[in-house]
Every structure is written in C-alpha cells, then in structure tokens.
Write a protein that binds this ligand. Sequence first.
Ligand code: FDA
Length: 389
Amino acid sequence: MEHANIVILGAGAAGLFCAGSAVAQGRRVVVLDHAPTPAEKIRISGGGRCNFTNLATGPDRFLSDNPRFAASALARYRPQAFVDLVDRAGIAWHEKTQGQLFCDGKATQITDMLLDRMAGAELRLGTRIDGVAQDGDRFVVATAGGSISTGRVVVATGGKSIPKIGATGLGYDLARQFGLRLVETRPALVPLTFAEQDLALCRPLAGLSVEARITHGKGSFRDALLFTHRGLSGPVILQISSFWQAGEVLTIDLAPDRDIAADLKAARGGKAQVATVLAQMLPERLAQSVAADAGLAQARLADQPNARLDALGARVNRWQVRPVGTEGYRTAEVTLGGVDTRDLDARTMQARQVPALAFIGECVDVTGWLGGYNFQWAWASADAAGRAA
Ligand code: FDA
C-alpha cells in the first residue's frame, strides 16, 4: 500500500493552501479531489476576479455557533500575509470597497499561485474517494486508484453549495463517522425567492438595482439590492440571507438616505403627480411601481392626506417582505453550519477526539460575510492545520 504523511481531501481553496503549508514543514503530502480541475470555486469567485481576502477580517465578520472559535487561526494568518504572497507572485490586485481585495485579472492566477506554493505535494484529480478508515494510529484512505496509508487526514471538501461543480457532503459524512457533532447546514449568501403572489412588485422591476439597508437579527448591511424574476438578490440580500430563517419577515429600506414620507409632504403643492415627485427621489421604475402598488398611479400629490403619504413612505423606507425561501445550494456562495467547532482544536483544526484528523475551510461551522472573508477563513484554517501537520 502507498504511504503518505498527510492526505488532504479536497483540492479547493483550503486544501491547496494547506498542502503548501504542510510541504513547508517537509511533509509528504497527497491531495485528492474527484473534480477534474482544482479549485473550481476560485475560478468562478468574485465574478471571475476572486475577492481573495478582506483587510477588515476579524472574528466579528463570521457566523458560527461559537463566534470566538475562528479568532485564533485568523489572528495567526492575517490578510496581509496572503497579500504578500499575491505580491510575490506578481499578481495585480485592487481594493474595491470596504477592504475587499480582487485580482485585476483572472481568478485562476490565485489557483496557479497556490499550485506553485505546494510544489512537492502530489495532486490527484479526478479521483473518487471511497472512504476513510482508522487503522491503529493511522488511516487508510480508499480511492478509486487504490488505498493510501497515512498518519494524518485533513478534510477540506468544502460545503454543499454549487453541486454542479463538485460540492458534496463528504466532509459532514466523515465528521459523523468519526463522532464529531454537526451544526445544521443551510444555504447562505444566496438570493431570496418569493411566493407567486408576492412577485408582483419584483417581476416588473427585474434587473433594477437600488441601494438598500436591511437590518435583521445580528446582521445590518447597506449595499446594492437587485430585483429578480424570482425575488431579490444583490450583495445586501446575499449578506442578510445568512441571518434570515425561513418564515421570517424582512424589513427593507429602499431609500436609506431619505425619509420618503417627510420628503413627499414637503413637496406637496402644485399639480404634480405622486409618481412624478417620487421619481425624483427613487429610480423611476421603482417610483412608478410603488405608486401604482399604492393605488396612486395617477394621483396628485397635493390631494394626498398625511396618513396616505406615511403609508407610502413606509412602503419604501420599511418595505416588509416575507421570502418563501432561497435559491438553495444551486446558487448559494457558501454553506452555513457544518462541523461543530466544539469538537475541533482552534489552533490546529484537529478533531479533539481524533487528533490526526483535521477539518478546514467551509466544511467547518465558520461562515464569513460576503466580501473575501470566506477565502481568508480558508487560508487561515488551512495554514493552522498545515503547520500542525
Ligand atoms: P472548496 O469548495 O473551495 O473546495 C472543496 C473541494 O473539495 C472541491 O475542489 C471539490 O471538488 C472537492 N470535493 C468535494 N466533495 C468531494 C468528494 N466527495 N470527493 C473528492 N473531492 C471532493 N469567497 C470569497 O472569500 N470571495 C469570493 O469572491 C467568493 N466568491 C464566490 C463565488 C461563488 C459563485 C461561490 C460559489 C463561492 C464564492 N466564495 C467566495 C466562497 C468560497 O469559494 C468558498 O468559501 C471557498 O472556496 C471554500 O473553500 P474550501 O476549500 O473549504 O471549499
């Protein structure tokens, strides 16, 4: 049987990074992935430009049942360390907004950099993983290409999002097999969908983007909101989707810089229609739609009593919607929940009860906000496990 010091399951962001960190410790590393190409999610990330980190990274940018868990790894592998790697590789980048760093060119430059960094490790793509069994103080990883005996296994198989490009629940199955607890998983950073009867407003506005503010639970975000044929999307919706649970009502401010009711009252006078005045405060399509929805499509602003303008204002500044669901793992950027951090060592990512087995990246119950945080968690957790290996 073949022997390796470390077998890493998954050649995604975390798996490749962990391989580089472990090779630097002089280990013989084998990385396995069933996909034909490594790190498909890096390729499609950030609209093809990979938002590879966020300078504002800190434990407060992550959701987890145990919010402090990520602090140790994040403190030991900071965004600047990754930026240094990117600079050394000669990859041009820019800061978009709020500390988000993107490649100027293709996202695959990041994958190439990670592959260079792990030179010496063996990467086996298109390899089906049939199982992991404990064999005394070692593991046997059974693959379609034969079995590998190894002293350590690092599980970096990611979450369930985008099965089309290779996501599976293998990490969760292995966690269960070795007695680790799981925090319930659900799609996050995902568009929200509406029931047919609630789509009346969204559908005609499909494609329109407006700046919006949404506060829900512990999440509060201000960013672009996109109306779609199925409901709502855009960064502010993706962010809040991580905090939203099925059945809950969201209150959305579609004009965060204005008090629409007060502004309409102040504009009263003359012969202007409600929709015309509203269109000076909001994108025209939205103004028309909101006025029509309130039965004021042709109404004159001067004729409207305060109560009606208050209701119209609330319709914009406190729009209440009850999404029926999300677009699910088909389009979700990440999976919330996963391997319960109570069963992992925060410094090494090793399972407390099975120290030679580590879990890193998205399969762990640490989920970042939108904006480069999820990759930073992948790098940081991978480095922690790779150094410990
Ligand atoms: P990742 O999913 O990267 O890798 C897991 C690997 O395991 C894959 O290669 C997969 O094929 C393999 N695998 C799974 N099951 C297997 C099995 N049964 N057998 C063998 N191999 C198996 N984040 C961010 O910070 N900035 C961004 O710009 C974006 N953009 C973005 C866009 C889109 C469209 C998506 C879907 C996601 C993002 N993300 C992101 C999130 C980011 O991509 C994600 O958090 C990381 O890729 C997670 O890294 P992992 O290595 O944990 O999983």
